[in-house]
Structures are given as structure tokens and as C-alpha cells.
Ligand binder design. Structure first.
Ligand code: PEP
Length: 252
């Protein structure tokens, strides 16, 4: 049986108006042809989630949030909780994005966010990835440390409910993409690390995504030869045609 492929568009702090967010949603929704093997999600800003969800209507496109509070409710000014996201029919939540880690999000905070997301039935899309690539390959130990931090709070049953996105920081928003061979090596490394931490059947159930300057021009090669289960897409998810081309590349 063919594995499920995930393509998630992270809109970050874009677009600048609700009108444009709804317009982008309408374009993606109109052009997207759903199939059973592909899960597609878009992650708008919090303020746009309700209208984006409404615009998607009954089309098989899920909505993701870009972050979640560590607490479900209470005196936490400025935060948005898993309960509130669930109430808006959000399915996925991106956790530990490098742009949030750069603002001070630690592995401990990431662990709490994963736990609260799972508790309220949101699927965490957990981002990991090194800042720089060194010739000696020390970045593998960095990534391993991040995986271990995640695994330390998740049982085998729970790790099967998360998605892991490998996003090397040097490739995010820079136009520098990892090669398909680099992505394949990392996919094998992540799979073997998860196998050591759990077991092979459990590791095989964890979807692994690649993110970092994925574009319509490189998506086919990265998907075919990279061996991952899909993509987390930033910049290219803001143009409906490009996002649809990337989705279609994962089906070929
Ligand atoms: C991201 O921020 O998750 C990302 C992958 O961005 P980009 O595709 O723009 O590199």
C-alpha cells in the first residue's frame, strides 16, 4: 500500500490582510484535486484561521496552526491554546519551528507544546534541523539530540501520532536547498534513530517531512530521491500555483 504523503504550507506572517488570506485559500481550494494518499494542510496566521477554514468548506484541505501555547487555558496573555485551536477545527500544529526556537523556544518548551497538542487531539508537526552543516557531520549529533528530546516525552503509541519535519535552518527562506542525496541520508538517519529509540515498526509509522526552500522546480527530485513523506513549504506556499505544483510533484 502506498504511504500517505503530507504537504503543509506554512504561511508565517503572511499575507498582510484577511482578504488576501481568503483569496489565497480560494485559489488553492479551487485548484487542488484531493486523493486518498495525500494530506494537504495550510497554516495561516491565527487571526485568519476561522475564515480560511470557512473558505475551505468541505474540500479535503486541513488547517494547521503555526504554534500553540504550553497551557490549555488561564492567565497567559497573548497566547493561543490547543483548546481554542481545536474549537476552530484546526488539525495540525507546527511546533518548534526554527524561527520560534530563534526567539528562545527551548527543547523543554517544545516538549510541553507537543504534550498539550496531543492531549487535545492536534497533530504536532515537530520541526528539527541544524543551523549549519559541517564537513565532519557533527550536525547529525545535533539533530539526534533534538529527536531524543522529543522521544523522551513520547511513548511508542504517541510518537506514531506526530509528524517530524526536518528543516535545516540554512535552507529556510534562503533559496539554498539540501540536495536530494542529503535529504535521503537524513531520512535514513532519522529512521534509524527512531528505530533505536523505539522499534522498526514504530519508526516506520512516523511521517518524516523535508522543509527548506522547496519550490515547484525542485519538488519532484527532492520527493523522488529524498525518500521523505512530503514537505513543509514556506515561501512557495504563498502562491497557489506553486503550492499545487509541489503537491502534484509528490504524486508522480
Ligand atoms: C519553513 O519556514 O517552514 C520553510 C520551509 O520555509 P521556506 O520553504 O520558505 O524555506
Amino acid at each position: 500500500m502506498k504511504k500517505t504523503t503530507f504537504v503543509i504550507g506554512n504561511w508565517k506572517l503572511n499575507p498582510s490582510s484577511l482578504t488576501d488570506a481568503v483569496k489565497l485559500t480560494a485559489e488553492v481550494t479551487k485548484k487542488y484535486k484531493a486523493d486518498e494518499q495525500t494530506v494537504v494542510a495550510v497554516a495561516p496566521g491565527y487571526l485568519h484561521i476561522a475564515d480560511v477554514t470557512k473558505k475551505i468548506g468541505r474540500k479535503a484541505i486541513a488547517v494547521a496552526a503555526q504554534d500553540v501555547a504550553t497551557e490549555p487555558m488561564g492567565p497567559f496573555t497573548g497566547e493561543v491554546s490547543a483548546l481554542q485551536l481545536r474549537d476552530l477545527k484546526v488539525s495540525f500544529v507546527i511546533i518548534g519551528h526554527s524561527e520560534r526556537r530563534a526567539m528562545g523556544e527551548t527543547d523543554e518548551i517544545v516538549q510541553k507544546k507537543i504534550q498539550v497538542a496531543l492531549k487535545y487531539n492536534l497533530i504536532p508537526v515537530i520541526c528539527i534541523g541544524e543551523k549549519d552543516r559541517d564537513a565532519k557531520g557533527d550536525f547529525y549529533s545535533f539533530v539526534e539530540k533534538q529527536i531524543k528530546a522529543i522521544a523522551s516525552v513520547l511513548t511508542a503509541a504517541q510518537i506514531k501520532k506526530v509528524v517530524i519535519a526536518y528543516e535545516p535552518i540554512w535552507a529556510i527562506g534562503t533559496g539554498k536547498t539540501a540536495t536530494a542525496a542529503d535529504v535521503k541520508e537524513m531520512q535514513l538517519f532519522l529512521f534509524s534513530t527512531l528505530t533505536k529509540l523505539y522499534d522498526r515498526p514504530t519508526a516506520a509509522k512516523v511521517p518524516l517531512l523535508y522543509g527548506g526552500s522547496v519550490k515547484k522546480e525542485n519538488a519532484l527530485e527532492l520527493h523522488k530521491d529524498g525518500g521523505m513523506d512530503g514537505f513543509l513549504v514556506g515561501g512557495a506556499s504563498l502562491k497557489a500555483d506553486d503550492f499545487i505544483s509541489i503537491i502534484n510533484a509528490t504524486k508522480r
